[in-house]
Design a protein around this ligand. Sequence first.
Ligand SMILES: [Zn+2]
Length: 414
Amino acid sequence: MSVPVPCTFEVNGRTYRPGARVYAAICVDGCGDEYLSESLIRGRMPNLAGAIRKGKRFMGRGVIPSFTNPNNSSIITGAPPAVHGINGNYFLDPESGGAVMMNDGKFLKAPTIVATAARAGRRCAIVTAKEKLRTILAHDLDGIGFSAEKAGQAERGTHGIDGVEALVGEKTPPIYSPDASVYVLKAGAAMVEQGLADLLYLSLTDYMQHKFAPEEPESLDFHARLDEQIGRLLAAGVVLGITADHGMNAKHSADGRPRVVYLDPILLRLVGPGCRVILPITDPYVAHHGSLGSFAVVHVPPGTDLARVRRGLMGVPEVTEVMEKDIACEKLQLHPERLGDLVVMCGRDTTLGTSPAEHDLSQLDRPLRSHGGRYEEMVPMIVSEPLNAAYRAKAEGDPRNFDIFDFTINGTGS
Ligand SMILES: [Zn+2]
């Protein structure tokens, strides 16, 4: 097995100095801290418990909107959306007037840590559960990049690897399954064991977290399966950094019905016709959340009195925050090119929708759990090795989930 080459590289204003170790950052999609706690206290994640004893567990602040694409793009670049441009899964194209899905690397405005590390001589690999994320994150990567969803279709010329099913020892998993996430970690562990990669980003999917609360048996079993693979990575000598893109909360009433504030009728009353609501959680994989999250972007017709609309929306009891675009760009570090006039967030147990007709809730086979807003912002961070003094201090400050590569690479070792 080849020994990893120490190197120094700079990306998005930060210098990384990986040593002769294998490093892997894992994004456990939708992993609110409660998921880890419930599994840890029941002894279902012994390998993670060992990593925490040796290393450090702390909380990090994610990107708002607390959705998958903005946070994964931040983790892979080490920078907020203001730098990389991915504010959500969707934005409204002002020229065409259509909603555009940001599912391609061309939307990324900043270089990634992993692609830069590859140019500096590291053997890099990115594995995602969903294909839509692979196309963003593996942008410009001279290395291995594939998704569990399309594992069987990976080819050397386009994905830097073939024979993934043989490597993992399993067929391509269905995307709507716990297996899709476990497969990502299995692929990562197999690549490390075979000396194919020494700097990895492994990004899971939140299918299980959307369905099950932390203490439910299905969740506990799922985390036990993740833990087995975490154990494999640790046994292979990997320095592990683990975080989440966002948390996950129940968004339903006691009788199991989703709690939704529909914005279209409210805006019709406040402004009249011509408003456009963009829900950046919308993506092709809606079955488990019905496109309902706790964050929305509102476009209003030119000449609208924004302050009046903002006050009107703040008058809705479930709405917790409404920001005009310039404030949202500044405080949430979002990119101004891909944002509407107002950003709206709601309470922990509520979601924002457009109108009842536009959300197919019949596909929800479990009470709604979702994310997107302020209450899914804080996420766990774990580094499997002791932190040096500088990073112990950072961990107690206001660390961001997108500092996970920084903590894992620069925070370990002296
Ligand atoms: Zn996610």
